[in-house]
Ligand binder design. Sequence first.
Ligand SMILES: CC(C)(COP(=O)(O)OP(=O)(O)OC[C@H]1O[C@@H](n2cnc3c(N)ncnc32)[C@H](O)[C@@H]1OP(=O)(O)O)[C@@H](O)C(=O)NCCC(=O)NCCS
Length: 149
Amino acid sequence: MINVEVAAMTPKDIEGVLIVENLSFTIPWSRQAFDDELTKNEFSRYVIAKVNGNIVGYGGMWKVCDEGHITNIAVHPEFRGTGVGSKILEKLIRIAKEECILRMTLEVRRTNIAAQGLYAKYGFQNSGFRKSYYSDNGEDALIMWRDKI
Ligand SMILES: CC(C)(COP(=O)(O)OP(=O)(O)OC[C@H]1O[C@@H](n2cnc3c(N)ncnc32)[C@H](O)[C@@H]1OP(=O)(O)O)[C@@H](O)C(=O)NCCC(=O)NCCS
């Protein structure tokens, strides 16, 4: 079992987060997007996962009234399947509990079986699709919810 530390993301982490981001998504977020999330969006909550001092993953959500909307979770390809994504999601759920969030939700690509498995492991259930949600390939989004946070 590798030792994973999860902590709040700060602007100085963006450099490392971008490496994971660019290796993980076809339409990666920009440096500016992360900076805005950390410095301008009072409803955002972002965390990083570190192994041996290096950033290997991150995740985030928005607090929308009593709901937590997960925006993204990504793990460096070399560290996938080792429990890092689980640690990140556990931390987001812990933050949600501390902030009296009652339900959490997210959208995930219909074909993204790994991410759906991660969310299902933590009690998220399928609740429908958004047709052609992703602009790069027109893929549907699966909407998942977890009640009773
Ligand atoms: C989705 C992602 C974050 C999972 O992170 P991870 O660190 O590999 O996840 P974990 O090792 O903690 O695995 C947690 C659970 O996810 C599921 N899972 C992970 N990889 C899987 C795979 N390749 N196939 C099927 N299920 C998988 C399993 O249910 C696993 O539970 P288990 O270990 O008890 O079997 C990672 O694959 C990733 O970064 N993908 C690219 C970015 C992405 O798609 N993000 C999601 C956007 S919504």
